[in-house]
Write a protein that binds this ligand. Structure first.
Ligand code: HAM
Length: 423
């Protein structure tokens, strides 16, 4: 029988690497605490219709990338390809618009699923950290959301970043731009791929995001959304930019940034890695404003903005910039027990040490003393406690500090206080 292998585009995160993930999670949660975002956990699967309505029927995600299945009750369900739709659904369903504290500021961590062609930085299961601020349409919250992402990267030690922003305008600006795009592409649409030909009717903005036709002449001369912003949208965008400038957050404006999901309007942004040696896919983080989305999933008309970033791409960027995150944690003490009696004695001792707050380990492999020492070193043990028959008889243990090499006889009843003093 052949071996069973991990599904394509997924990965096991093993001890030794998982510590990096935990470190990033801890940092992100700390920052969310400072910014007053609260954690939300939503199901891994949702009704398929949620993503069709929010991410958009004509997007690549919905058309080509969803893991959709029918459950035994005949309902169409989908493994979530992103987090925003579910958070907004939960916001509406739990009537969070009625909460005393507004806007509602939420964050999430969790696996997302997209049936994409696996390559560096592109997985079929990946983990997003994201935030959503729902209930305010003040440009300062746009700047806050962007700054939270930048702050996380800064605290983790990334330097080579590029923040790109754009405005997609409100619905009337978008409509004017849409008409201009149709007029621009229609005469030569035959030269574009089949997808783009369809997009012209359904969602012409998506043409600008096409990977196949990226180099077509008409792409370069396509009407820019920034020329179609009405006064309100323009002044909103100006205020977001002013806040970013005041906060000394560098950015560039790219009018071709359209994002791959349909729910966006006004502010859209992406953060790229500029590190050398980073793969072809350089987007670390993407987000934007989605006024209207709450209503689309059945709630009241409430504005929102957020972003999501994947831990996989963040780790690649850290790698590319040569930033080391702390990995394995050292064990506080390792008990080397020699002989049956000492072995027996070590079990309640381990329990006591762990209850006192130490990380503690012993040998379970019946190793000789030398091999047990090796095992302790491999775990980067601070102290080893040596207990043999002789020591037991005398009522003491030998405690050796593996850093300094210092060694002391310590009465068994004083082990905990001794280790506490040693720190
Ligand atoms: P998105 O641009 O589709 O936006 O994804 C956000 C981030 O998820 C990307 O910048 C990238 O870091 C990561 N990502 C996406 N696909 C993959 C993949 N196949 N493998 C690894 N990482 C990936 C959203 O998902 C929106 N929900 C963001 C948002 C939140 N907008 C407003 N609020």
């Amino acid at each position: 029988m052949s071996n069973i292998q991990i599904p394509r585009g997924t990965q096991d995160i093993l001890p030794g690497v998982v510590e990096k993930w935990q470190f990033i999670e801890k940092k992100a949660k700390e920052i969310c605490g400072k910014f007053q975002y609260k954690e939300i956990r939503t199901p891994i699967f949702e009704q398929t219709e949620l993503f069709q309505r929010s991410v958009g029927d004509t997007t690549d995600i919905v058309q080509k990338e969803m893991y959709t299945f029918e459950d035994r009750g005949g309902r169409s369900l989908t493994l979530r390809p992103e987090g925003t739709a579910a958070v907004v659904r939960s916001y509406a369903e739990n009537k969070m618009y009625g909460q005393a504290v507004q806007p509602v500021k939420l964050y999430y961590f969790g696996p997302m699923f997209r049936y994409e062609r696996p390559q560096a930085g592109r997985y079929r299961q990946f983990v997003q950290f994201g935030i959503e601020a729902i209930g305010s349409d003040d440009p300062s919250i746009d700047a806050e959301v962007i700054s939270l992402a930048m702050e996380l990267y800064r605290e983790l030690g990334l330097k080579k970043l590029r923040l790109v922003i754009n405005s997609l305008g409100d619905s009337s600006s978008r409509k004017a731009h849409r008409d201009a795009l149709i007029a621009h592409f229609k005469p030569s649409i035959g030269e574009f791929c089949g997808d783009c030909q369809q997009r012209l009717e359904t969602n012409p903005l998506r043409i600008l995001d096409c990977k196949k036709d990226r180099d077509h002449e008409l792409m370069k001369t396509a009407p820019s959304i920034l020329d179609y912003l009405n006064d309100e949208s323009r002044s909103y965008f100006e205020k977001v930019k002013k806040h970013l400038t005041d906060m000394q957050i560098d950015f560039v404006v790219d009018p071709t940034l359209v994002r791959g999901l349909d729910y966006y309007n006004h502010t859209a942004f992406e953060i790229m890695s500029e590190a050398e040696g980073f793969g072809a896919i350089t987007t670390l983080c993407g987000g934007g404003r989605y006024n209207g989305l709450v209503q689309d999933v059945g709630g009241p008309d409430q504005p929102g903005i957020g972003f999501a970033l994947s831990i996989e791409r963040l780790l690649s960027a850290l790698d590319a910039e040569g930033v080391e995150l702390p990995h394995e944690e050292a064990v506080d003490c390792y008990i080397i027990a020699l002989g049956d009696e000492a072995m027996d004695y070590s079990m309640p001792l381990l329990q006591q040490l762990r209850r006192e707050g130490f990380s503690a380990e012993k040998d379970y492999m019946g190793r000789k003393m030398k091999a047990q020492f090796k095992a302790a070193e491999r775990l980067h043990a601070q102290h080893v406690l040596i207990i043999g028959e002789d020591e037991l008889e005398k009522g003491l243990a030998v405690i050796k500090d593996l850093q300094t090499g210092e060694q002391k006889d310590v009465p068994l009843e004083n082990i905990v206080s001794f280790l506490k003093r040693e720190g």
